[in-house]
Design a binder for this molecule. Structure first.
Ligand code: ZN
Length: 108
């Protein structure tokens, strides 16, 4: 079977893997800031950047707290969002979409 399409390896790992575990964080102090940024429509990545957190650390924290955030993304231009109107987690096709498909249909 010929594979003429050379798949571009999207290995854009800017951050090298760390062997040492990051220091324990005081989530009781950080959680309110995280919740506030997420309410403002920040993605996990944006939230982590603004708070100076490791994205993996924040994602693990969000998973632990069962924040609905487990929507798989299959395109790089897709962005995880929480709907500004109904607070439903969804995947937006672009970073400027802040309403879930249901609410968008309702408002348009
Ligand atoms: Zn909605």
């Amino acid at each position: 079977m010929k594979n003429t399409h050379t798949a571009a390896q999207s290995a854009s790992n800017a951050i090298p893997p760390r062997r040492t575990r990051p220091p324990r964080l005081d989530w009781t102090a950080i959680a309110p800031s995280v919740a506030q940024l997420r309410r403002q429509g920040c993605s996990t990545r944006e939230t982590a950047r603004r708070l100076g957190l490791n994205i993996k650390t924040l994602e693990a924290h969000l998973r632990r707290h069962r924040i609905r955030h487990a929507i798989p993304m299959d395109r790089p231009d897709q962005v995880r969002r929480t709907c500004l109107n109904c607070d439903t987690a969804f995947v937006a096709d672009g970073r400027f979409l802040r309403l879930c498909p249901d609410c968008r249909a309702m408002f348009s």
